[in-house]
Design a binder for this molecule. Structure first.
Ligand code: ZN
Ligand code: MN
Length: 129
């Protein structure tokens, strides 16, 4: 049985995520990483993904569909979520920094960031592609 060092597993999980731009769930990432490391467990994938989030190396997206999605792009950007197929797309629009100042006027504390998800139906589901 192939035994992997913890850091090597983490590195391969990150590499696998960086190669994808579809914001996979832990389950989806597990499926593709098993092709390379058949003995890796889903729990190991979960643990390492959450550790990478804590380290700030990747980000977790909670889009409201019940499963967390993961993104190797940690720069500030927005997402469009298709309510029909569940795909998560990057939106190439500028971050709205002014919304933090607006919220600050009403917040009982220091506002530091915000997260926005846009919901609708993607072009694939609309039959536009
Ligand atoms: Zn769709
Ligand atoms: Mn993204």
């Amino acid at each position: 049985m192939k035994t992997l060092k913890y850091s090597r597993q983490r590195e391969s999980i990150k590499t696998c995520l960086m190669a994808r731009h579809d914001h996979p769930t832990a389950d989806a990432l597990y499926t593709s990483i098993r092709e390379e490391f058949p003995n890796i467990s889903l729990g190991t994938v979960y643990r390492n993904l959450n550790l990478l989030v804590e380290l700030g190396e990747i980000q977790k997206l909670t889009c409201g569909d019940g499963a967390d999605h993961f993104d190797a792009d940690t720069s500030p950007h927005y997402h469009f979520v298709c309510r029909n197929c569940g795909h998560v797309y990057d939106l190439p629009m500028d971050p709205m920094d002014s919304i933090n100042q607006l919220a600050q006027k009403h917040a009982e504390g220091q506002v530091e960031s915000h997260t926005i998800y846009f919901y609708g139906t993607c072009n694939d589901c609309l039959g536009n592609n």
